[in-house]
Design a protein around this ligand. Structure first.
Ligand code: CUA
Length: 159
């Protein structure tokens, strides 16, 4: 009968909706732990595989990843405030910066390169730059982030 057919169709739709919701939830869960850009818990950076121990990592022959945590008012690594090391990468390398914030919105700018981004808590900014020759660059926060914003700076050494 028509009634049975409609009931069957409704059941199929209900199952489809539940499957969609379940898939969406699992998908969101996966993106929470995906660290190739995407999102991150700013209150739990110590446990994060990329940001728990920030710094320079060689990932290919001439390829490096630099994981940086911006906090009021320093970059780790990058700032000598509180004893953080400068960012040091070899010349003739391709460097991808992954930057997140542990507190408020900061900036991450390396004047003289294409690296210039906002750093938003909960998000990961990703920027790739080629460093051909040895040089020393400044590193700046260019988003107002509080009373010591003007001292939030650091160094990128290409050696
Ligand atoms: Cu951080 Cu301005």
């Amino acid at each position: 009968s028509y009634e049975k057919a409609w009931l069957g169709a409704a059941l199929v739709l209900i199952v489809f909706f539940i499957a969609t919701i379940t898939y969406g939830t699992v998908g969101a869960g996966v993106s929470m732990v995906d660290d190739s850009g995407g999102t991150v818990d700013p209150n739990n950076l110590a446990d994060h595989e990329r940001f728990g121990d920030p710094g320079v990592e060689q990932v290919g022959e001439n390829e490096y990843e630099v994981n940086v945590v911006a906090s009021a008012f320093y970059f780790n690594p990058g700032s000598d405030q509180l004893g953080f090391d400068p960012i040091q990468v070899p010349a003739n390398s391709t460097v991808t910066f992954y930057v997140t914030s542990s507190d408020v919105i900061h900036g991450f700018s390396v004047p003289g390169t294409n690296v210039n981004t906002m750093v938003i808590p909960g998000e990961v900014a990703e920027l790739t730059v080629e460093f051909d020759e040895p040089d020393t660059y400044g590193l700046l926060c260019n988003e107002y982030c509080g009373y010591d914003h003007h001292n939030m700076e650091g160094t990128v050494e290409v050696v």
